[in-house]
Design a protein around this ligand. Structure first.
Ligand code: GDP
Ligand code: ZN
Length: 298
């Protein structure tokens, strides 16, 4: 019995990598596997090497997770890519992605790409955002595929496990993947194709990188947290809220008595922009926010 990893699914065609040999085969699911379940890129499989080009899949090992977009199993990490400029930064969009991918259970890395385009004030604005997210506990990396700034640091965070790239169209996901793996993804093509949401025979490939893999198809470009979870769960995915113990354990951090998160927003410990994202996500409004001096501008 040999172990393999499905590194590509294009329609019905499966490609299996046998890590022990460093060789890929055409994967053919045997009758009982074929009937029972669909096989995805990222699946760990057991089977036999039948000939020089064929791997008979006898069993699919239990999955840690299965994403729908892109359809990849056993994903460990998501790199969420934003830019400050071209396209302009939308923090609400990023915050939604962070909440949803935390709910799905992936490790997250925030990337601000195209930093070569920034000058003067824009650099300071980037620093403000970067501080907000690093202080909340996220890993934040500034990159440029033009000047190669930050590419090494990003590579070093992706050496193990399976990673996908997510974020709006045009932020540079394909360019970053090409830069990291050396595989030319034909910039722009992939994101455009899946943006239209064709769910038929989509191709997904895992590109080997160091001891892990990088998915060549993008994750979500935008999401709404409430399509994935109840309103009560959203607060659990704002790491900077978690160190505060409110009077009530089910506190939604709105107008409840003894809410420590509200106190922290008033004191300026929790950034207003993040708290406002939270409110917008759960579609709530609190009158007291208008009285917080630091929250008035914007
Ligand atoms: P995707 O839609 O997120 O996959 O974005 P692409 O990789 O297709 O990139 C969109 C555009 O941004 C392309 O024209 C790239 O050449 C450009 N781009 C990507 N990275 C950078 C960068 O770091 N700096 C600059 N100035 N442009 C970039
Ligand atoms: Zn509270």
């Amino acid at each position: 019995m040999a172990e393999g990893i499905v590194v590509e699914r294009a329609g019905q065609k499966l490609t299996v990598l046998v890590p022990e040999e460093g060789k890929t085969y055409r994967g053919i699911p045997l009758g009982k596997v074929r009937k029972k379940e669909k096989i995805f890129a990222g699946d760990r499989v057991e089977g036999r090497v039948v000939d020089n080009s064929t791997f008979a899949i006898e069993r699919v090992l239990e999955r840690k997770n299965l994403l729908i977009r892109p359809p990849i199993a056993n994903v460990d990490r998501v790199v969420i890519v934003s830019t400050l400029k071209n396209p302009p930064f939308n923090n609400f969009l990023l915050d939604n992605l962070l909440v949803v991918y935390d709910h799905i259970g992936l490790e997250q890395v925030i990337v601000f790409n195209k930093v070569d385009l920034l000058e003067g004030e824009e650099k300071e604005e980037l620093k403000r955002w970067k501080d907000i997210y690093s202080n909340a506990g996220y890993r934040v990396i500034e990159t440029s595929t033009q000047t190669k700034e930050g590419i090494r640091e990003l590579k070093e965070t992706l050496t193990e496990g399976t990673t996908i790239f997510a974020g709006s169209s045009g932020v540079g996901k394909s360019s970053l993947i090409s830069e990291i793996t050396g595989v030319d993804l034909k910039t722009g093509e992939i994101s455009k194709k899946s943006e239209r949401g064709k769910h038929t025979t989509r191709e997904v490939r895992l590109i080997p990188f160091e001891r892990g893999f990088i998915g060549d198809a993008p994750g979500f470009s935008r999401v709404e947290a409430l399509n994935f979870m109840d309103k009560e769960e959203v607060r659990l995915h704002f790491p900077e809220f978690l160190k505060y113990s409110c009077k009530f354990t089910d506190c939604l951090h709105l107008e409840e008595e003894g809410c420590q998160v509200r106190e922290a927003v008033i004191r300026g410990e929790i950034p207003c922009v993040r708290y406002k994202s939270y409110l917008k996500m759960i579609k709530e409004f609190v009158p007291w926010l208008a009285e917080v001096p630091a929250c008035k501008e914007e």
